[in-house]
Design a protein. Structure first.
Length: 125
C-alpha cells in the first residue's frame, strides 16, 4: 500500500485549512487523537476504494465525506493545539503508516471503522 497516495488524496485539502495563531503547541486531547486516527483511516480506505480494493470497497464510499472530515478535523486540531499544517500532516502520515502496519484493512482499520463511521455521521461531513 503506497502511503504516499494518502498525501495525494487528502493533504492538498489540508493546505486550505487555516493554521492556528500562536506559537505554543498543546498536547493532543483524546478527541484530537481520535479525529486524526479516523482521518487517516478514511484516507487509507478512500485510496483503497479508488484502487478497487475489495476490502476497502466493503465500507461506505469515503472519497468526498472522508476528505471533508479530514479537512475539518485537521483544522480543529490546529485550532485546539496550535500545531501548524506541517505538524498535523506529519501526525496524519504517522498514524496512516501505523494503521497500515497494523494489518491494513483487515487489521486495526477494521476494528476502528465502526466508531469512526459513527463519528463521521455525527460530524456533519
Amino acid at each position: 500500500m503506497p502511503i504516499a497516495s494518502l498525501a495525494l488524496l487528502f493533504l492538498p485539502a489540508l493546505a486550505a485549512a487555516q493554521p492556528a495563531p500562536g506559537p505554543a503547541v498543546k498536547p493532543l486531547s483524546l478527541e484530537s487523537r481520535t479525529a486524526l486516527r479516523c482521518s487517516a483511516a478514511f484516507a487509507l480506505v478512500a485510496d483503497g476504494q479508488a484502487r478497487s480494493d475489495k476490502d476497502a470497497l466493503a465500507y461506505p464510499a469515503l472519497g468526498q465525506r472522508g476528505r471533508e472530515f479530514f479537512v475539518r478535523a485537521s483544522a480543529r486540531v490546529m485550532d485546539d493545539t496550535g500545531m501548524d499544517r506541517d505538524a498535523v500532516a506529519a501526525a496524519l502520515m504517522t498514524e496512516a503508516q501505523r494503521l497500515w502496519a497494523a494489518g491494513g484493512f483487515t487489521g486495526e482499520i477494521d476494528q476502528i471503522m465502526p466508531s469512526c463511521l459513527l463519528l463521521l455521521d455525527t460530524s456533519g461531513a
